[in-house]
Design a protein around this ligand. Structure first.
Ligand code: F6P
Length: 498
């Protein structure tokens, strides 16, 4: 399965014109018992967005090997993966030493940077930046340097390099040092922390992260809110060395460092891929899953509240379940008449705090079922095994979609449901999701911490007249698909060329 052609290899060696870099690539490998490798699509919003680029864009995607299967694939292929496994996309996978990757990815990216940008710390006791953190930070630097080195080697003269996310914040600065000829963009797929919260990080780490991104020609974000937070962090942490310009009618920029390098700030709100979703969600495997879900929902005319998330702390699944319980408690008329389909797919299970959170979700679903369930009605149907066809089936069936993150860069589920929905679906949406900027007008807005308000919003959504629901869904779908992934990518590329 893993092989490479001479043409593919030489294309990289002769210098690519467009390169994308991200920790997670579009494919991951598992080693089977017989020694063969099986390939599977990578998960998360970043991969969903970038996967739509398509091989015709001619880009080379540089990513990290994440597990033993990936490392074996790198070993067998020499690093440039078989395009049969990647949907035609040229992918160069880096085999960064496992302990360096683990310290950079789990120790810094997921346990520190993710927590800072999503404001997840319990600040009386965490974070603590001690000697262990300094070791992990050194690994983060080494891991970023490995990416910068690989990009410097693979990029042709004047190439466009699009670096993705908080994992690779140091790459733009490192790459500029060795390849001043290439044009670099950095994209943040997460929210950006407000300056007071970003200031939790050690001062030198703040500076390195910000100057790393400011090594790019463009720093791109999903919404203006996150872009402004970034600019504010630059001004606060870099002091007189830095000025943020946010003129009314011109593109914003940040000027920083001894050479007064200017980084343009861009906002590109990734949208849903309507064409792909509509076609994919009408295939037989989705119909089959719909039949299965209907059986689990049971009872004629029963309504559904659907959520689909990776089980991340920021997704606020626990408060979503508490809100559903509150709905059943406060409005008994919904008992036996509504089912909460909660799909919570495992994520980052190497981290104890994620494992504990996953367990809490499972326990709470059981508690609600024990408290309210009857012989013919299971109030919460929780699925934890990632199944894309079943997610689409739930989107199609949903009367209400619950998207209540504490904080989210965008949230593509909020954008996908209205596109796929069969009969219109009311959207209960957190004001802290990036998607709220585009969808808020036709959603029922909630404060994600307010369980009582969320329960009331669920009630309002469940009782929304069908015509209103359908009209809102049509407007939501239009807003959600304003910038589909392929155009989102091209827009960034064009901006970099200007
Ligand atoms: O869903 C998008 C995202 O949150 C990106 O910000 C990020 O790059 C990705 O998920 C990371 O997820 P994982 O740790 O599973 O690779």
């Amino acid at each position: 399965m893993v092989s490479e052609t001479v043409t593919e290899r030489s294309a990289v060696q002769s210098g690519a014109e467009v390169l994308v870099a991200s920790n997670r690539g579009p494919v991951s490998y598992a080693l089977q018992e017989g020694g063969e490798l099986s390939a599977k699509r990578g998960g998360g919003g970043l991969v969903s967005g970038l996967s739509a680029i398509g091989p015709e864009a001619g880009a080379v995607w540089v990513c990290a090997a994440l597990g033993d299967g990936d490392r074996e694939a790198v070993r067998r292929s020499g690093g440039l993966l078989d395009t049969a496994d990647t949907g035609g996309q040229r992918v160069r996978m880096l085999d960064i030493p496992a302990e360096v990757h683990a310290a950079a990815y789990n120790g810094v990216a997921n346990s520190v940077l993710w927590f800072v940008h999503h404001m997840l710390y319990q600040t009386p006791v965490e974070p603590v930046f001690d000697a262990d953190f300094r070791e992990q930070w050194a690994a983060y630097e080494a891991y970023n340097a490995a990416f910068a080195g690989a990009l410097a080697e693979a990029a042709g003269p004047g190439a466009a390099v699009l670096v993705q996310d908080y994992h690779l914040a140091l790459v733009p600065g490192m790459l500029r040092e060795v390849r001043p000829d290439v044009r670099i963009a950095h994209f943040s797929h997460t929210p950006w922390a407000p300056p007071e919260y970003f200031a939790l990080l050690p001062d030198d780490v703040q500076r390195q992260l910000l100057l790393g991104i400011l090594g790019a020609d463009r720093a791109n974000f999903l919404t203006e809110r996150w872009a402004r937070a970034f600019a504010a962090c630059c001004e606060r942490a870099l002091g007189p060395d830095c000025t943020a310009h946010w003129p009314r009618h011109e593109p914003p920029s940040v000027v920083a460092g001894p050479t007064a390098h200017r980084t343009r700030i861009g906002v590109h709100g990734l949208g849903a891929d309507a064409e792909f979703l509509r076609e994919r969600s009408r295939r037989p495997d989705v119909e089959e899953r719909m039949a299965g879900l209907r059986e689990q929902i049971g009872g004629a005319g029963r309504k559904t509240v659907v959520r689909v998330d990776r089980t991340e702390l920021s997704k606020n699944i626990v408060r979503g379940l508490l809100a559903f319980r509150r709905l059943l408690a406060d409005r008994p008329e919904w008992r036996e008449r509504v089912v909460h389909l909660a799909f919570a797919y495992p994520s980052r299970q190497d981290l104890a705090v994620y494992r504990d959170y996953t367990a809490r979700v499972g326990a709470l679903a059981e508690e609600i079922n024990a408290e309210y369930g009857t012989a013919t009605w299971q109030p919460v149907v929780l699925h934890v095994k990632d199944d894309f066809a079943r997610s689409l089936a739930a989107y199609r069936l949903a009367d209400v979609a619950l998207v209540n993150p504490i904080r989210d860069g965008m949230n593509l589920v909020a954008k996908e449901v209205p596109v796929v929905s069969d009969a219109g679906c009311a959207l209960v949406l957190s004001r802290e999701a990036g998607a709220w900027v585009e969808l808020g007008a036709d959603a029922l807005t909630v404060n994600p911490y307010d369980v009582g308000q969320t329960a009331e919003a669920l009630h309002a959504a469940l009782t929304m007249p069908v015509e209103e629901r359908a009209a809102r869904t049509a407007r939501l779908a239009a807003a959600a698909t304003a910038l589909p992934p392929a155009r989102w990518f091209l827009e960034q590329l064009r901006a970099l060329e200007e």
